[in-house]
Design a protein around this ligand. Structure first.
Ligand SMILES: [Zn+2]
Length: 246
C-alpha cells in the first residue's frame, strides 16, 4: 500500500472526533460481556491464539526482547512467537516487541473468537503494527489519512458490541478496503519493561493510543485527549452499570 500523504493539520475537528471515537471504542471493548460471563471476565481458558511479536524498527525490540522482559501475555496459554510471516493454525495477534496490553485490552479479541467461528482465521494486530503496515514507523506521526484508515479497521469491534449475526461480523472483519491488513485491536499499549532505571522507565508508563513510542508533540497532545476521553467514557459506563436494576 502507498503511504498516505495528507499531513495532520494543526486543528481539525474531524480528527478530534476520530480520536474521541477511537477512545470510546476502546472502552466499549473493555465492557464487552462474553456469553454466560460477568462483565470483564473470560471463562478459562480463553480461545487459543498465537501472539506474533514483530521487531520494532524504532527501538529494535523483538521476540527475544519481549521474552527477556518477562512480560506476561494477557492469557497464560497464549503463545508468543516471532512474526515470521509463516501461516498459523491459530488466529494471530501481532504486536511490536516493545509493547504490551492489559488483559482487558484484548477482551474484544477473546469475545470475537468465542462468539464467531469466522474470527478463528483472523489476523488481529495492534495499532502500532497496523500503522507500520501503512508505512508509518513506530515513532513517526501518522497522516490524517492513515489515522482514518486505522480507525476504519477497528470497526469490527462495533459489530461485536452490537451482537450482529456471523455473516455481518465476517463483513465487518473484511472491511474496509483499502485498510491495514487484519483487524486492528482498539487499545492503547504500554512499553514493556526495558531494564532502564526507574526514572527512565517511568516516562514510558503512560499508555500510548498508537503504541509505546512518542510520535512528536502534536501526537502527544492527541494522546492526552485520547486518554481523557477514555477515562470519561469509562466513568460514564461504570456509572451506567451502577444504576442498572439488579
Ligand atoms: Zn519499539
Amino acid at each position: 500500500m502507498t503511504a498516505p500523504t495528507r499531513p495532520i493539520p494543526l486543528t481539525d475537528p474531524d480528527l478530534d472526533d476520530l480520536v474521541d471515537r477511537m477512545a470510546r471504542r476502546e472502552v466499549t471493548a473493555h465492557f464487552l460481556v462474553p456469553a454466560d460471563q460477568p462483565p470483564g471476565v473470560i471463562r478459562p481458558p480463553a480461545p487459543a491464539l498465537a501472539v506474533r511479536v514483530r521487531a520494532c524498527s524504532a527501538c529494535g525490540a523483538d521476540a527475544a526482547t519481549f521474552a527477556a522482559s518477562g512480560t506476561p501475555l494477557p492469557f497464560a496459554h497464549w503463545l508468543a512467537e516471532p512474526d515470521d510471516g509463516a501461516p498459523s493454525a491459530l488466529p494471530t495477534l501481532t504486536v511490536l516487541g516493545c509493547e504490551w496490553f492489559a488483559p482487558r485490552a484484548v477482551l474484544a479479541v477473546a469475545v470475537a473468537l468465542d462468539r464467531y467461528d469466522g474470527a478463528a482465521t483472523a489476523a488481529f494486530r495492534s495499532r502500532a503494527v497496523a500503522l507500520t503496515d501503512l508505512g508509518v514507523g513506530p515513532d513517526a506521526a501518522p497522516t490524517a489519512t492513515a489515522l482514518a484508515l486505522l480507525e476504519a479497521a477497528e470497526r469490527w469491534v462495533d459489530a461485536v458490541a452490537a451482537g450482529v449475526a456471523p455473516a455481518a461480523f465476517a463483513e465487518a472483519l473484511a472491511a474496509p478496503d483499502p485498510a491495514p491488513r487484519g483487524a486492528v485491536v482498539p487499545a492503547a499499549s504500554r512499553a514493556v519493561s526495558t531494564g532502564l532505571d526507574w526514572t527512565a522507565h517511568r516516562d514510558l508508563l503512560t499508555p500510548g493510543f498508537l503504541g509505546p513510542h512518542p510520535r512528536g508533540p502534536r501526537l502527544t497532545r492527541m494522546n492526552d485527549a485520547y486518554l481523557t476521553a477514555r477515562r470519561v467514557a469509562a466513568e460514564l459506563a461504570l456509572a451506567g452499570d451502577a444504576t442498572c436494576p439488579a
